[in-house]
Ligand binder design. Structure first.
Ligand code: HDE
Length: 702
């Protein structure tokens, strides 16, 4: 797990704090050796335990204090280390930040992905926004880009954040439901706060159900400002684009995974890094000249709006790779402290009122969560840049300042630490004039146009999923007035959307449209327009039983592996199965310990005995039918076709040695050594495309 990377300054620094217990003897916190930790010190064999047992008291006391408050939002997460490197220096025209402009510089990073609403032990695959927070340990200090996997937010002003979070979190009287937005308080809030609508559409879309953290886009959300060496400012939006494309689960699958493997996304991130399949993203920027600030039909300072990519293209800046799992979840992933105000020279804020509130909130929250002002000294938070200042003392102070002075200016320490004469952060000298008011700018008041833009940009299947999500969520709302109010709000977005939702939730569909649909769309908003050519790391279940075609199966496994896929052999019981031609084939897992929802595709090899067994095995039949239901690619060869028939797969299964693909089902009657390479290639291509949306699975039970 830990392989110290000599060229990584953050990893070298962490190395000084790592504790290796190999060959070590058990001790107390004071280093006194302990030879017995199973029984407390007592008077006689059956007598009372005595206070004097300092080992037992220390052990229990430490245990009693092991927990810290979980994050008030984004409590559930998973993190990893890696590095970022710019491709070239083009961005230096806009920013003095060296880590974004020096292609020779590799900057260590720590990234934490998270859900928002659930508590620390909640399931990964709930319908929610995902956090995508990156700490860059730059030479100029730490820079945190604390973003999400959706480019907009629910509210425009941070003062509404506690209201919004209270509405979406479990209801206060009974703390139900956990990690779910399908309940009355959230939708009550939404129905009364139209600024939420655009983000609510994103939340009801497939974006809220990522297949993997490795297959999510990331967004800085706010408009920030880049500042170049001459002090010129340029507005910027940050984008992360995953190498593997942006892919999602389907809702039925997501709900089942929440039970079958609540750690699904966390495990996926961990396993892929352990396997050397390092997740990658490209950082891109949308730049807007300050002079063009008012050229848009929305306000750049409004975090419920995105800049359509057709209007301002995303320009590539560099590449981030995550290549190292943390050593200790608590020490690193739990204690990492992000803060939107962790800036380095060359990057600055805009006046987005949501961002301004965050700049207060993140520091404040760390004080309660991490117990005092010295959390920046925790190994994961410590910058690689040197830290010298006059801040002293406080809980958990680790530094031993040897200086006699802790004030500036001084003469007794030779004036040290001295003020920087170059390279310091200098706040952008924006000219501001105005009255002190508590009012929302008129430029923030178009709540619907971009919600409509998003809706118009959905492919047919994405739109169907979105309507189904609204029907599910509102269908769970008990108060019919709330349902009706949400439908009224949707009628401002699109009349057909409002009608389709209304019909599913028992609300009178609005008779006529309230706002005409502007008809504009943006291709970049549909996930189906992201990469669909990357099969790497897709997991494939190969169903086998005694009598399976051993050569064909091993050939299939080898060629899937060669294409970067992860095949696993599943049989009715763990251990191994007997191959038709003799010999044993090792089985990775028993079918009943897994489920099709944990795989991207399924394959059934040839072998009449094996197929006959699987065709009467309820787990195996359900496995195939469910994968088919969830629009997953399926492949089978030789007599494997019979298993698909038994499972009720309604694609055409051509009885020919040619490789045939129909509705994402790849078949050939060839087996063993005859199995053509084109068979796995065709299967891999289907897996890269993620799902087979043209399949009609309405009649397949789930
Ligand atoms: Fe956060 N948010 N947030 N948020 N947020 C926190 O900070 C807050 C917002 C985001 O992996 C908290 O350390 C306010 C937008 C991520 O550790 C807290 C407002 C975006 C994470 C907090 C927002 C985010 C947080 C909870 C409105 C996307 C997880 C614990 C003004 C751009 C970071 C913590 C991690 C975490 C406050 C809005 C993303 C309480 C007040 C917009 C990814 O400080």
């Amino acid at each position: 797990m830990t392989h110290e990377q000599a060229d990584d300054p953050k990893d070298r620094q962490l190395g000084r704090d790592r504790v290796d217990d190999t060959d070590a003897t058990l001790t107390t916190q004071q280093g006194v050796q302990v030879d017995h930790t199973d029984d407390s010190l007592s008077i006689g064999e059956r007598g009372p335990t005595i206070m004097e047992d300092f080992h037992a008291r220390e052990k229990l006391t430490h245990f009693d204090h092991e927990r810290i408050p979980e994050r008030v939002v984004h409590a559930r997460g998973a993190g990893a280390y890696g590095h970022f490197k710019p491709y070239d220096s083009w961005l230096s025209e806009y920013t003095s930040a060296g880590f974004l402009t020096d292609p020779a510089r590799q900057t260590p990073v720590f990234v934490r992905f998270s859900t928002v609403a659930g508590s620390r032990g909640s399931a990964d695959t709930v319908r929610d926004v995902r956090g995508f927070a990156t700490k860059f340990y730059t030479r100029q200090g730490n820079y945190d880009l604390v973003g999400n996997n959706m480019p907009v937010f629910f509210i425009q002003d941070g003062v509404k954040f506690p209201d919004f979070v209270h509405a979406v979190k479990p209801e206060p009287h009974n703390e139900i439901p956990q990690a779910a937005s399908a309940h009355d308080t959230l939708w009550d809030f939404v129905s009364l706060q139209p600024e939420t609508l655009h983000m609510i559409l994103w939340l009801m879309s497939d974006r809220a159900l990522p297949r993997s953290y490795r297959m999510m886009q990331g967004f800085g959300v706010h408009t920030f400002r880049l500042v170049n060496a001459e002090g010129r400012g340029t507005f910027v939006k940050f984008h992360w684009t995953p190498k593997l494309g942006t892919h999602s689960l389907v809702w039925d699958e997501a709900q089942k995974i929440a039970g079958k493997d609540p750690d699904f996304n966390r495990r996926d991130l961990w396993d892929s890094i352990e396997a050397g399949e390092f997740p990658e993203w490209e950082l891109g920027v949308q730049l807007v000249d300050e002079a063009d600030e008012s050229e848009f039909d929305f306000d750049l300072l409004d975090a419920t709006k995105l800049i359509p990519e057709e209007r301002v293209p995303v320009r590539p800046v560099g590449r981030m790779v995550l290549d190292r799992n943390p050593d200790n979840f608590f020490a690193e992933t739990e204690q990492v402290a992000f803060h939107t105000a962790n800036l380095v020279p060359g990057i600055d804020f805009s006046n987005d009122p949501l961002l301004q509130a965050r700049n207060f909130s993140y520091l404040d929250t760390q004080l309660i969560r991490l117990g005092g002002p010295n959390f920046a000294q925790l190994p994961v938070n410590r910058p690689v840049a040197e830290v010298h200042n006059d801040q002293r003392d406080g809980y958990g102070q680790h530094r031993i300042h040897t200086s006699r002075t802790s004030y500036t200016k001084n003469t007794l320490s030779g004036g040290c630490p001295v003020l920087a004469d170059s390279g310091a952060f200098s706040h952008y000298a924006e000219k501001i004039e105005g009255h002190k008011i508590r009012e929302r700018s008129d430029s923030f008041k178009d709540f619907y146009s971009q919600a409509t833009l998003f809706w118009n940009s959905m492919s047919e299947v994405e739109a169907e999923h979105l309507v189904a999500a609204f029907r599910f969520e509102l269908g769970k709302v008990e108060d019919t007035d709330i349902r009706a109010r949400v439908v009224e709000e949707l009628n401002h977005v699109d009349h057909s959307l409002a009608r389709r939702v209304a019909e599913g939730v028992g609300v009178e569909p609005p008779a006529k449209e309230t706002t005409a649909n502007h008809g504009r769309s943006s291709a970049a908003l549909s996930q189906l327009n992201t990469r669909l050519d990357q099969p790497a790391t897709r997991k494939v279940a190969i169903l086998v039983a005694d009598g399976v075609d051993g050569d064909g199966t091993e050939r299939l496994v080898a060629s899937l592996r060669a294409q970067g896929l992860i095949p696993e052999k599943l049989a009715p019981t763990a251990g191994s199965v007997r191959a038709a031609g003799g010999g044993e084939i090792a089985v990775d897992r028993a079918i009943n310990t897994m489920a099709s929802v944990l795989y991207d595709g399924v394959a059934v090899p040839c072998g009449s005995e094996s197929v006959a067994t699987l065709s009467v095995d309820g787990y195996a039949l359900h496995f195939v039918a469910e994968a088919y239901k969830h629009a997953k690619p399926i492949a089978c060869f030789g007599s494997g076709l019979d298993m698909l028939r038994a499972a009720g797969v309604n694609a055409e299964l051509a009885a020919t040695t040619e490789v045939t693909v129909h509705l994402g089902v790849v078949t050939t009657t060839a087996a063993r050594d005859e199995l053509p390479d084109r068979f796995t290639e065709a299967f891999a291509a289907q897996l890269a495309a993620h799902r087979v949306w043209e399949r009609n699975t309405d009649t397949v039970p789930a």
